[in-house]
Design a protein around this ligand. Structure first.
Ligand SMILES: C[S@@+](CC[C@H](N)C(=O)[O-])C[C@H]1O[C@@H](n2cnc3c(N)ncnc32)[C@H](O)[C@@H]1O
Length: 296
């Protein structure tokens, strides 16, 4: 866990789901991602962690899992997710920070991190936390924004862009919005004890003119074909990676679920409408069905 709090791209109060996805003409991107997920996600499992779940756009796509934990830093995004998906026992809503996951080690069979890495100043720190909560052999589906995309390469080669898409350093194109180099992401994954099994190049046709004139079904079909090229080279704006957790994990007593993001202790003691950390005395409230582990 980081000693000092890291800056976070806070979506509190944002209407991202409506403005970006529902009114933003992004059916192509959404469906291309659905194809990638179908290809990479294990067909079934006990428990999946969706990190940076937002308003739960992808959550209905995790049908094969008996239980899904939606984790996001923003309370309002999770409230929107809860409104869309309902309360039913299958979903657990957790307000928390990926750099300080409030979950015990070795809990999950799978995790997804989609359109979230690009907001992180410390991707290796986040990936270490994700690896810790996965069982050995569990699968992580990671999506990241690719700085080595075709448009950036052409702009650079024709002198229209100062930064090199081939440089492994991240590029912060707006505050807390980063594009990453595929080689850097692969190196972070390996350092955090993940084995990369597959890479898909997603959203090659993210151009207004194509989205306007090519029928959606055809564009998604073309994307589905182009995605396989990710095995040889990644020049698309978005890349999906399937990585498997390797190595061992810390032993956790059975029946434990949450840990304290302040001091790392588990188990926590249940109170009425809260969980208490017996080691540091912090109370973590549960309100409107949201387990709230925000430190601020
Ligand atoms: C672009 S949205 C993506 C939402 C969803 N995955 C999707 O694809 O529709 C990014 C989400 O990441 C969350 N987020 C950003 N930084 C975070 C952090 N440090 N810990 C947990 N969630 C974070 C934001 O609150 C936001 O809901």
């Amino acid at each position: 866990m980081p000693a000092e709090p890291l800056p976070i791209c806070d979506y509190e109060g944002s209407d991202y789901q409506t403005s970006f996805w529902e009114r933003g003409q992004r059916n192509y991107e959404d469906q291309a991602e659905a194809v990638a997920l179908r290809r990479l996600l294990p067909p079934c499992g006990d428990i999946l962690l969706e990190i940076g779940a937002g308003a739960g756009r992808h959550t209905p796509r995790y049908q094969g899992f008996a239980r899904v934990v939606l984790l996001d830093y923003s309370r309002s995004q999770l409230r929107q997710a809860k409104e869309r998906l309902g309360d039913g026992g299958r979903y657990t809503y957790v307000v928390g920070d990926v750099y300080r996951l409030p979950l015990v080690p070795g809990l999950f069979d799978a995790a997804t991190l989609i359109r979230t890495l690009h907001h992180l100043v410390d991707p290796p720190g986040a990936l270490r936390q994700v690896r810790e909560v996965l069982k050995p052999g569990a699968v992580l589906i990671l999506e990241y924004a690719n700085k080595q995309n075709l448009k950036a390469v052409l702009r650079y080669l024709f002198g229209r862009q100062s930064w090199s898409p081939f440089d492994p350093q991240p590029v912060e194109f707006a505050r807390l919005n980063f594009d990453f180099h595929p080689g850097a992401v692969r190196a972070w994954l390996r350092d955090c004890q993940f084995h990369i099994e597959r890479q898909l190049a997603v959203s090659y046709f993210r151009m207004p003119v194509l989205k306007k004139w090519v029928p959606l079904k055809m564009l998604v079909g073309l994307d589905a074909l182009a995605q396989w090229s990710g095995a040889w080279g990644q020049f698309s704006p978005s890349v999906f990676v399937k990585a498997r957790a390797v190595g061992e994990c810390r032993h956790t007593p059975p029946e434990t679920f949450f840990r304290c993001p302040n001091c790392g202790h588990f188990p926590l003691s249940p109170l009425t409408e809260a969980l208490l950390c017996p080691a540091c005395d912090r109370r973590w409230p549960i309100h409107d069905g949201l387990y709230d582990f925000r430190l601020d």
